[in-house]
Each structure stands twice: as C-alpha cells, then as structure tokens.
Design a protein around this ligand. Structure first.
Ligand SMILES: Nc1ncnc2c1ncn2[C@@H]1O[C@H](COP(=O)(O)OP(=O)(O)OP(=O)(O)O)[C@@H](O)[C@H]1O
Length: 224
C-alpha cells in the first residue's frame, strides 16, 4: 500500500512534470469561479479540522457537485476580533498563488462566517505526522513541502503580508500533490495608510513556533 505522504509526493512530482511539459504555462491550479453566497447551495459534511476560532467542514457545492471545504468562524465567540476576521476573509479572497489557500467567497450564516475554499484531502502536515509519521517526514518530503511553503511566503511578503503563524497545522496537502499555506487568522499587512510599515510589534502566533525576535519585547519584526 502506498503511504499517504508518498502518494502526495508522487502526485507532486508528476504534477511538476506535467507543468514542464505543458507549453504556455497557464495556471494549473484548480481555479474555480462563480461560487454563490447562498448557504442553500452548500451541503456541509463531516468536520475535518478545528482550531481556536473555527471549525472546518468538508462540503459539497450543490450546483456543480464540487467538493470544497468551508471554514465556519463563530462570530459570537470572536466579538472583540471582528477586524481580524474581516482581514482574514479579505486576504484569502485576494490571494492568487498556487501555494496559498484562497477563499472562493465568504458570507454570514446565522452567527457564523462561512469561508468557502478548496478542500485539501490529506489535511495538515501536523495531522498527517500525528496519524502516520510520529518520527517526522523523510527528508525528500520535507524538501518538497518546505520549498512550496517558502514560495507561498515569498508571494505573501512581496504583496505586503506577513502570515505570523507558520506551523505544520497550517500547511495543507491534498492528494493531487498540491501544498498550500492556510489560516490567515493572525496575518498582518505591512502596507497601511498608504505607507510601508517598517515593522510590527504585536505578539501573535503559536508560542512554540515563534521566532525569538517576536517574543523579544520592543524590538519589532518584519517579513524576514
Ligand atoms: N481547506 C482545508 N481542507 C482540509 N482541511 C482543512 C482546510 N482548512 C483547514 N483544515 C483543517 O482544519 C484545521 C483548522 O483550520 P484553521 O487552522 O484554519 O482554523 P483556526 O481556528 O484558524 O486554527 P488556529 O487555532 O491554528 O488559528 C487545520 O489544521 C486543518 O487540519
């Protein structure tokens, strides 16, 4: 039996081969258009993950029968943080890079914000490690995942965003070999009020994944 990670890496390699062979480039990522903002067009299936602020469900977009994921953010529980939620939804909808999770659309349903996005069937690196690789991934797999994650960060930084919560739980894999960085819940924009900000000072992220300069009070940090 082929292991889930091996399957992802094999798919990743053949995807790259296909890309090289295809002339003209074009986007190979599953670009989807025209998702509606009517909750009746979506069927929520099982929960595939949850975090501090949200539950993520596998879902079907009924008009096209497409399999997607919906992140349901509980607006009642995030009262003091509506700006963060707005920023996350806005950042995700403007994203246009194969290694960064994009939202197709987002809308309010009762007291929740639904963010519609591609479904990443293998889940996060964290979950994959916990389920099948307790000693960590093999080096070639780490190289592939790291390279794609760095491309995502490079894209975000060139567009003035800093993610601020890069960790294995936010690196998502699917079984076609796509590797995407997700969860913009604490991301920040370095371009504010018409100016590039030199640095940020807020203490956000996941403590054991934080760089020392973020923990250091007063020093500030930027995309590096
Ligand atoms: N598009 C997706 N496809 C499949 N699974 C996903 C997808 N997005 C998220 N997940 C799963 O759901 C989990 C939680 O998602 P996410 O990190 O976005 O929620 P959160 O509440 O913002 O988390 P955190 O506590 O890290 O801030 C992820 O670790 C992952 O396992």
């Amino acid at each position: 039996m082929v292991s889930p990670l091996r399957q992802v890496i094999q798919a990743f390699i053949s995807r790259r081969r296909r890309k090289k062979m295809a002339s003209g480039g074009g986007t190979s990522s599953k670009e989807k258009k025209g998702f509606s903002v009517n909750p009746k067009d979506y069927k929520l299936m099982e929960e595939v993950g949850n975090g501090a602020s949200a539950v993520v469900h596998l879902a079907i977009y009924l008009p096209t029968k497409e399999v997607i994921a919906i992140k349901c953010l509980n607006l009642d529980r995030c009262n003091s943080n509506l700006d963060d939620i707005r920023r996350e939804a806005q950042t995700m909808s403007l994203i246009d890079h194969p290694n960064v999770i994009k939202s197709y659309c987002s809308f309010a349903v009762d007291h929740k914000l639904w963010v519609v996005m591609p479904f990443m069937a293998q889940g996060s690196c964290f979950h994959l490690m916990k389920a099948a690789y307790p000693d960590g991934f093999v080096e070639p797999a780490i190289c592939c995942i790291l390279k794609e994650t760095l491309k995502a960060l490079d894209y975000l930084h060139r567009h003035g965003h800093i993610h601020r919560d890069v960790k294995s739980g936010n690196i998502l894999l699917d079984d076609t070999g796509e590797i995407k960085l997700g969860d913009f819940g604490v991301s920040a924009c370095l371009f504010e009020n018409g100016d590039w900000q030199r640095s940020r000072n807020t203490f956000v992220g996941t403590p054991c994944w934080m760089a020392p300069e973020i923990m250091q009070p007063g020093s500030g940090y930027d995309s590096k």
